[in-house]
Write a protein that binds this ligand. Sequence first.
Ligand code: 173
Length: 319
Amino acid sequence: MIRVLAFGLATALAAGHASAQEAHLRGVTAFAEKTTYSRGFEKFIERVNAAGKGVIQITYVGGPKAMPPFEVGNALKNGVVDLANATGAFYTNLMPEADAWKLTQKPMAELRRNGGFDYMAKLYEQKMNAIFLARLVDNNPFHLYLNKKIASPDLTGLKLRITPVYRDFFQALGGTVVQTAPGEVYTALERGVVDGYGWPITGVFDLGWNERTKYRVDPGFYTAEVSILINKTAWDKLTDAQKAVLQKAAAEAEAEAVPEFTRENAADTERQQKAGIETIKFDDAGTKKYVDTAYQAGWAGVIRQSPEHGPKLRTFFSK
Ligand code: 173
């Protein structure tokens, strides 16, 4: 009897010991290290590593030097990395619906209440084997940057650098598009391979594109999305205490996104002006056509690629 008890106790201690071991996760970012769209993830890692001593620790693998941005989705899905900082446009090969985040007109807090978040979360589980932890970028409009002046929303004859974010919109206005990772934009501009590019209001200075940019078209359109994903197999192996450290850091990061980008949008708008980037504005009718086309072409693209889920997402995400 005592032997049986002793054995049981030893087993319980061993099991207790195993589950109390510090978890180690590896995280990669789809954007250059220490630039605008990696900073939120880097802060998240610092928070987790500070709060998670002895519980959970993240090793930062780095950015595009470690892994091409358009490969990050695959690596996360297959468990090559446990955590990824990426935008939906970079893994549309696995989940075309992820690009619809750009079209959200409601804050994440509301989407987490109205079912929109849960709907997307299910798609992340099914298509990416991933848990969506936090959206780190929101309230951060995209713009068209140009080196040739235009007077109306007509992009005929212009060659523009894109990702899936901008494809349907720029094509709807007559533009010719070429997809590149952010790391190739500078060279494409320098060599005149493109006449312009799509990018959010912030981050133009990170890789020196200001040196090769004459104009920004106003207003912006959509809102950028960059989020932290975790491989679901890795997630399922974590204890409640380990999950709690990630969830707390994730909730804090998501709550900070809107105020953070309100500040950064204003700062970078001013910085662009000081750097001599001129704004192009259309007349009222042109502006309306530009913005309406953005949303109309954007949703048409999402629905074309996902006839099953696109219309549903539109009802959750649109105002
Ligand atoms: O232009 C891009 O590379 C892109 O799609 C994007 C998305 C979110 C943030 C920054 C860039």
